[in-house]
Design a protein around this ligand. Sequence first.
Ligand SMILES: Nc1ncnc2c1ncn2[C@@H]1O[C@H](COP(=O)(O)OP(=O)(O)OP(=O)(O)O)[C@@H](O)[C@H]1O
Length: 587
Amino acid sequence: MRKLQSFLMLTDKGYSDLKKAIAACTLTNLALMLPFMVTIQIFAELLKPLMGQELSWTRMWLFLGGGIVAGVLVFFASKNDYKKTYITSYMEAETSRISVAEHIRKLPMSFFNSKDLSELTTNIMADCSTTEHVLSHIIPQLSANAISITLVCILMAAFDWRMALAVFVTVPVALLIILASRRIQNRLSEKQVDSKLKASGQVQEYLEGIKVIKACGLDGSKFAALDSALRLMKKMAIKMEFGTGVFVTGAQMILQAGVGLTVFTGTYLLTGGRIELIPLLMFFVIVVRIYGPVLVEFTLLPELFYHRIATKRMRTLMDTPVMEGDAEKKLGRWDIDFENVSFSYNAKNPKEDAVIKNLTVSIPADAITALVGPSGCGKSTVSRLIARFWDVGEGSVKIGGVDVKTLDPEHLMSYMSFVFQDVVLFNDTVYNNIRVGNMEASEAQVMAAAKAACCDEFIRALPDGYETMLGENGSTLSGGERQRISIARALLKDAPIVLLDEATASLDPENEALIQQAISKLIAGKTVIVIAHRLRTVAGADKIIVLNDGRLAEEGTHETLMQNKGLYERLYRIQQESLGWSVRAAQ
Ligand SMILES: Nc1ncnc2c1ncn2[C@@H]1O[C@H](COP(=O)(O)OP(=O)(O)OP(=O)(O)O)[C@@H](O)[C@H]1O
């Protein structure tokens, strides 16, 4: 049974709840047989005059009373069954959704490199729903039906084994057909799941890229891709239904042949005087009643096969090890050291595809250090390695002498504030979006951070001020406003290390001035790492690290690097010359 727990990826509580649900469902099935038994008894009593016996009204009233009691029992059993089956399965699905989301949060970024967003959304929503469905509608019913059918089979065999054999002989044959079709059904399920994923990926890409699609007039071609993904999904759904339908219907037909077999055997035994008419009629009624649950079993089994395929991705996700580390260790110093660090995003080919190559460099505490260099030289990668978004392949990254690999990522993150060029805002109020920086902050602290980040004025001008809902990723705000909100967040966090990645790159001069003002408050007294393309913005940094193709090209202050006449000086000169650049129509 433990196998069932791991197959369904259940928590211990979920597993114990499932056992209770199976018991409750079995009880309901058995309770449902009571009214049926009473009906048979009434039926037998009514037939007595036919056999020359006297109908007893006392017995009839007793049966009727028994029927009412049976009805009440069915009600309570069903109520208990409903509670144990549905409510607990929804609770388990909620727990599993939360644990998937928690797990995702702790996974290394390398995991996300190979996954797209739609796949993860499917993991959290669809795969958990499949488990929810299996827990609420399949496993308890399947197990309870199997138990109650076996019980009825034993009872019938005790009454007349020949008739019992006639009723049940077709069941194993029909079951074999379903089990034998498992491989084909698995293959079809895999294809169907793949087509669903492709379609949801296409829908997501289409919606995310709607602006570009419209701007570039790609409606036709992008629609074609979406269209064919949706068509494929439809085709696979039909194939799947057909594939399942053929086997299930085949099995059902064989099972139904059992009705004919029972009638034939019964008539044969009756004419031979080896069975009475009333028990025979009872068998006829039972055969009709008992095939119902068996037919349901046959339709539920393929769904169980599908569940295994549908949750394969979730299994891979949950089996991927999370980033671990010490969550208690206090850091006392904020100097950062890269010692012989090599790193590649491609774990399969780390040497050939290295992005950072044997880098040894120091970032002093309580100072501003700029990371510069040509595009793609590895500046952002260096900042990601400091924050342990990724683990280095070789060497070590140390903060205050402590290897970041030994620290719990979330704990490490509590020492850092990030301001990226791409600001992520949540579909929540402005107030809550700032408070993300420090969930314990008071209202006064949130307002103070907003003021320091030059946000207060524009926020108050919004329809509901701080309570204005920002919508999907804050699309109603300008780039500069979004950036200032992210700085307010960072200010509120008040972390000792601040990472600024191209924070002002895409802003107009007015916004840039406001943001520079906000940033200067954010970085006061902190260990600051600035990534910038425009070298003039970092000329005042305490230290400038120049990278080239993942290696350290040179380091020093603006003045010393200019005197060196190396890569920095060349880049600086090129940028100064390009300042005179303007848009001009081609001659
Ligand atoms: N998630 C990723 N997966 C695979 N390769 C990546 C990933 N992120 C960056 N790279 C590659 O690593 C190299 C360094 O990228 P990085 O973003 O660190 O450079 P950068 O100096 O910050 O570039 P830019 O100045 O253009 O932003 C590039 O060749 C880039 O294509």
